[in-house]
Design a protein around this ligand. Structure first.
Ligand SMILES: [Zn+2]
Length: 409
């Protein structure tokens, strides 16, 4: 019965069979020996013609399989060769293997499940294998799924930039806004990354012409590239990026005020309070904030402007939003806080693209909810030293991939 169970997990069918199972008490590992019946008729792996076995590969190979009773399990096999009239001598692969992998398919399937849920170092410890091997497994299955992505229906994109290796290298993420999944992870943050994605889009059934809306930040490299490569798309500046401009200005105001006041520590300690949106403040925080605003009037003023941006985004229709934008802009210009005045000019330069957010529900929907998903993926990908591993992890977490690897359950 145990043999049957093992054969099942390895996908073995006649003429393959399990010739022996051994528990090594020294190394605490289980060894399974797989053979193929003598005289078995085997189809040629290349052309499918019926052939006969023609010897074996010179040396036995070993694959790591899923643990048995918590003991690591290793599968041994000398795979046969066949002599085909069309193809000559051909090496036959075992049913449980993927070419060039030292792990069985089911082990890889289990590894993919584990990887989606925990940091790679933890996954490696749990699976008792090295991180490098796990990255290889992940890259293989992720790349296969990414290459097979059907991009026919993609019409709305969100473009986000991030970095890996602690701010050294930039990475561009391209997201399907309707399905909320990452479609592409490119190294760099320039026009070239969008060009490459436009090409991938065409290669996988979609079309740059079908893209109706794109959200992005205000980056000088993205904006012209969006117009160039997605000519029919409405370009919307992402709400979160607009907010970031104001939050950064607020932080500059706070830092300057901190230098000029006697109680520097009070402001430094309370700085996070100014980052909480008005609507999310508890009664206690709200009272503390009022107090802080009295003690640090410049930071308090900057905070009220940021809250004003939230009010602007609560506009229900375009005319309301246009009025809101105008009054926010004039408020910022007159506020006597240099960073805020500069932020006002940044907003004005991108006025149309910021207001595009209010055109319809579709453009609105692009901005919502994606950010948190991307943050989760980025957190998970952190710690990868090379770009490929980093990108694979983002795809795995946020790509909603159709993985072809067999799942153990
Ligand atoms: Zn053949």
């Amino acid at each position: 019965m145990m043999t049957k169970m093992m054969a099942g997990s390895l996908g073995l069918e006649e003429p393959w069979y399990i010739g022996g199972v051994e528990f090594d008490e020294k190394e605490l590992a289980l060894h399974i020996y797989v053979g193929i019946r003598k005289g078995a008729e085997i189809a040629c792996p290349v052309c499918g013609a019926q052939t006969k076995r023609n010897g074996y590969e010179p040396r036995e190979r070993v694959w790591r399989h899923g643990d048995v009773m918590f003991y690591p399990c290793l599968v041994h096999c000398r795979r046969p060769k066949v002599l085909c009239l069309n193809c000559g001598s051909v090496q036959v692969n075992a049913p449980f293997e993927r070419k060039n992998s030292r792990f069985t398919l089911l082990f890889e399937g289990y590894a993919m499940l584990i990887l989606a849920d925990m940091p790679i170092a933890k996954a490696a410890a749990l699976l008792r294998c090295d991180e490098k091997s796990l990255v290889k497994i992940m890259r293989y299955w992720v790349n296969k799924a990414v290459d097979g992505m059907d991009l026919r229906d993609v019409a709305m994109l969100a473009i986000d930039e991030t970095s890996f290796k602690r701010g050294h290298k930039y990475v561009t993420l391209i997201i399907d806004a309707a399905k909320r999944r990452v479609l592409d992870v490119e190294e760099g943050r320039d026009a070239e990354t969008l060009k490459l994605f436009a090409e991938k889009l065409s290669a996988r059934g979609g079309s740059p012409e079908k893209i109706t809306a794109v959200t992005s930040d205000m980056s000088k490299s993205f904006l012209p590239a969006i117009a160039k490569y997605f000519p029919k798309a409405e370009n919307i500046i992402d709400k979160f990026h607009v907010k970031k401009v104001l939050i950064d200005a607020l932080d500059e105001v706070r830092k300057a005020e901190q230098k000029s006041v006697a109680d520097k520590k009070g402001l430094f300690r309370g700085r996070r309070l100014f980052m909480i949106p008005k609507a999310k403040l508890t009664a206690e925080q709200s009272a503390a904030l009022t107090e802080m605003s009295k003690r640090y009037p410049k930071t308090g003023r900057a905070y009220r402007i940021v809250a004003g941006l939230d009010d602007f985004y609560a506009s229900r229709a375009m005319d309301e939003a246009e009025k809101g934008f105008a009054s926010l802009y004039s408020w910022m210009r007159r506020c006597r806080l240099k960073p805020m005045k500069e932020a006002a000019e940044t907003l004005m330069r991108h006025k149309d693209k910021i207001l595009a957010y209010f055109k319809n529900r579709i453009t609105n929907a692009i901005c919502e909810g994606i950010s948190s998903m991307i943050q989760a993926a980025k957190r998970k990908a952190r710690g990868f030293r090379n770009f490929e591993g980093y990108a694979s992890m983002i795809y795995l977490i946020a790509g909603k991939l159709q993985l072809a690897v067999p799942r153990p359950f």
